[in-house]
Design a protein around this ligand. Structure first.
Ligand SMILES: Cc1cc2nc3c(=O)[nH]c(=O)nc-3n(C[C@H](O)[C@H](O)[C@H](O)COP(=O)(O)OP(=O)(O)OC[C@H]3O[C@@H](n4cnc5c(N)ncnc54)[C@H](O)[C@@H]3O)c2cc1C
Length: 417
């Protein structure tokens, strides 16, 4: 039986551990926190996952929260117009229907549950924050070591791939609050959606429903341009002050969202998160001081800004692809060549996520402004953009190049005339 060590009990590490375990591999999972610590800790993400990623969980029968989690059936885009005496009005406002529902399950619930399941099924869990020297020792006792430790310190094992990493500093300051008591958007009270509110030059407010330990909640997530008015959470340690700041900014920049948020309260004591990080692609094979090699997984090797809500989706896709590569490889050694091929297979989809996410961090060119505006009149364009969150490769066909965008819009206008 092949022995594999996985470091990190997040979306990718646990999905891979449970998948390999069910195929008879002997898996050790190293986590720097126990399930109880994860459950009682601070929120980690907004974790909206779309159809393809959710299907990977269903394939492994890990979709335990699917019935309780709010069904997210659409994705809406609102763009704030220039400020007037009466505040910011919406210059653009539409909703695209998703072909398959999305959902968000608080990672504290999901990761704690999956970690306990892995242990109940006979998996070995080691509670320890792994260091490079630990890995040096373990590399000799396992057939394969996978580093799925997210954005933690172990990324230092994997060199930055400068050609694939256009940014060398964070592009947004992030501030998340999980709340109870948010009202529905009056235009579609019957339908749950991810609401993307873009405030040009300032940042974005994302609002979405989630399932957390106290039941249904909604997430208010500001992404602020560094140095701008929404980059205003540094140094706030009191969760209620964090929420008050979130709401002040909503009242000022997105009054249509603030109008339904006047009665909200925090979901729990760990319901807020603030921070920032640099989007980075890394080389996938880490060399240990003693000569051993380890393979990076998901965020360790491809970290994107959460502006497009892709990291957990990508982690699920990465784990599914790595699982297939490991199983296909049979009893042959997991050498550096195999590691690179395994990553390349993942990069074939991840590159579309990185390209699109990095594009969304930059000020939008004229043709994108036109596309987002036109989607208000063309439901098919709204539907296609919304479903691009499930499969960002589709953006190649109509998003990046002005000529392709114009041709797409002309075609849609002609067919709807
Ligand atoms: C504010 C915010 C909002 C987001 N919203 C979305 C969204 O809506 N949709 C989406 O798809 N993605 C979203 N993401 C991204 C998504 O959460 C991550 O990309 C995803 O969780 C990455 O999964 P992972 O398995 O690579 O790492 P993680 O989920 O980060 O898991 C890594 C695990 O390893 C552990 N660890 C770290 N170091 C060590 C060590 N040395 N030893 C042992 N264990 C260690 C960590 O504690 C953690 O449990 C968001 C991220 C942020 C910050």
């Amino acid at each position: 039986m092949r022995k594999i060590l996985i470091v990190g009990a997040g979306q990718s590490g646990l999905q891979l551990a449970l998948g390999l375990q069910s195929q008879g591999y002997e898996i050790t999972l190293m986590s720097n926190r126990t399930a109880d610590e994860i459950r009682a800790g601070r929120v980690m993400s907004t974790q909206v996952m779309f159809h393809t990623a959710l299907q990977h969980e269903r394939d492994l029968r890990l979709n335990f929260w699917e019935e309780q989690a709010p069904r997210i059936e659409g994705l809406g885009v609102s763009i704030a117009g220039p400020p007037t005496a009466a505040g910011h009005a919406r210059a653009v406002d539409w909703l695209g229907r998703l072909d398959g529902p999305a959902q968000s399950v608080d990672q504290r619930l999901k990761m704690a549950g999956w970690l306990e399941l892995f242990e109940r099924r006979g998996g070995q869990v080691v509670i320890h924050g792994a260091s490079v020297s630990d890995l040096d020792v373990f590399a000799n006792t396992y057939d394969l070591v996978l580093v799925a430790a997210g954005k933690g310190e172990l990324v230092s094992l994997f060199g930055r791939d400068a050609a694939r990493s256009p940014y060398d500093a964070p592009q947004r300051a992030l501030a998340v609050a999980y709340v109870h008591g948010l009202g529905p958007r009056p235009e579609h009270p019957e339908l749950d959606a991810v609401r993307c509110n873009l405030v040009p030059g300032v940042g974005e407010l994302f609002v979405m429903p989630t399932l957390t330990s106290s039941g249904r909640a909604d997430i208010l997530f500001w992404e602020g341009v560094p140095g701008g008015p929404v980059d205003a959470f540094q140094g706030i340690t009191d969760p209620s002050e964090h929420l008050a700041r979130t709401l002040e900014l909503m009242e000022r920049f997105t009054p249509w969202e603030y109008a339904r948020a006047t009665k909200v309260e925090l979901a729990d004591a760990g319901a807020t998160l603030a921070g920032r990080y640099t989007p980075t692609v890394r080389h996938p094979v880490g060399e240990l001081p003693g000569g051993g090699r380890v393979l990076g997984v998901a965020d360790v090797v491809v970290t994107n800004d959460p502006i497009t809500g892709q990291g957990a989706n990508s982690a699920a896709k990465c784990a599914a692809g790595y699982l297939e590569s490991i199983v296909e490889h049979g009893d042959r050694p997991f050498d550096a060549d195999w590691m690179r091929r395994t990553f390349d297979r993942y990069w074939a989809t991840a590159r579309h996520v990185t390209k699109w996410t990095n594009a969304m961090l930059a000020p939008p060119p004229e043709h994108i402004v036109r596309l987002l505006g036109a989607a208000g009149e063309l439901p098919e364009a709204a539907r296609r953009i919304a479903n691009g969150f499930d499969d960002p490769a589709d953006f190649e066909h109509f998003f990046y190049e002005p000529e392709r965008t114009a041709a797409y819009l002309d075609e849609l206008s002609a067919s709807s005339a």
